[in-house]
Design a protein around this ligand. Sequence first.
Ligand code: HEM
Length: 404
Amino acid sequence: MACPVKHYDAAQDGEQLDDEAGMLYGEYLMLDKILQAQRLLSEESNKAVHDEHLFIITHQAYELWFKQIIFELDSIRDIFGVVLEEIQTLEILKRLNRIVLILKVLVDQVMILETMTPLDFMEFRNYLRPASGFQSLQFRLLENKLGVKADNRVKYNKNYTKVFGNDEEALNKIEESENQPSLAILVERWLERTPGLEVEGFNFWGKYENAVNLLLEEQKQNALNEPIESLKQYRLNDLEKRREVYESIFSSEIHQALLNRGERRFSHKAFQGAILITFYRDEPRFNQPFQILNLLMDIDSLITKWRYNHVLMVQRMIGSSQLGTGGSSGYQYLRSTLSDRYKVFVDLFNLSTFLIPRSYIPRLSPDMRSKLCMWSNGVEPNGVTGNGKCGLEIEDNGFEEDIV
Ligand code: HEM
């Protein structure tokens, strides 16, 4: 029986518009172009292979997301390119975070293509030769714009431009992406300006070096008090190694040598800025910079994860000794790209080597403390009055007063 009470259903309101009203969904998104762009080569050869459709859609989805990442990356580089106003860091955070989320989707998307079996792939692989992801222009632009240096690429990848032959437009884009400051270079310049590094001012680096020496000295005394001789020697040897590791950041010559070998990427000053931000991340002015550093690591980490997932998929599809359709050794070549050479922000990962316990972190001077409460233009965040007391108090460890 029908309900006697008449309901007013707002959900059924409204009139459907037709194209006289203006541009509609399909037109705005140019779906006629996108949805017509799946050309199955197997179908054209009268032997349609079902999974080729997925293969094409997956690659196209990747390329669309690459495009969005490059779009965000270019805009972030523009903001970093002029001297960064701190008020803009929130926008940078928002866009970096967006890149990170897209990359997470890209890492997971590999699984969808893995629903195709090697036998299915074999049925159409020959049709697509010599096409290969190796020829993805956007992927190379992405690497270059992030800061992958030509020198750090593995041998087979060094002359990656060759695949673009006489394509002037592609070659120009690549040249531009190699020559313009990458995100890594812009971040390096930004870190070099971290407040607190001034030798005449807070002199973080001098204070930090003294704190490390004090820590190592105390640990040495503890080791010397160790009654078991073999354990004592073990601890002393270990300490000697720790001292050498620290020396690699305190000596600008050693740092430079590591830079020349590609084992470090940031300038000495930028490296110091990153450590400074990491230690004092609870101070209001360093909250966002610290988050930026974390997101940069996330980007490196997710691209490495994508490379890894892609390598695993390649091994599953073509094994470890078949050549790629692009002509490389296939799995073996791709595996070699998993190394730190392709991690643009590898220094940020390695910062953990140089952390010291909280109780040894040099206490902020009142001047430095109040500086970190304010934006660089003198305005305090959240209207807090200037008593230099925002952020977390680092416990008084009683030794930094002696430190020059
Ligand atoms: C069945 C699936 C896939 C197989 C078997 C495969 C295989 C390969 C192989 C063998 C290479 C090395 C270059 C060569 O000699 O061809 C390569 C490179 C590459 N592929 Fe794939 N691929 C697959 C899916 C994808 C997808 C979905 C993407 C997404 C865009 C992609 C992007 C790339 C990129 C960017 C490279 C260059 C990597 C570098 O040089 O560091 N591949 N692929």
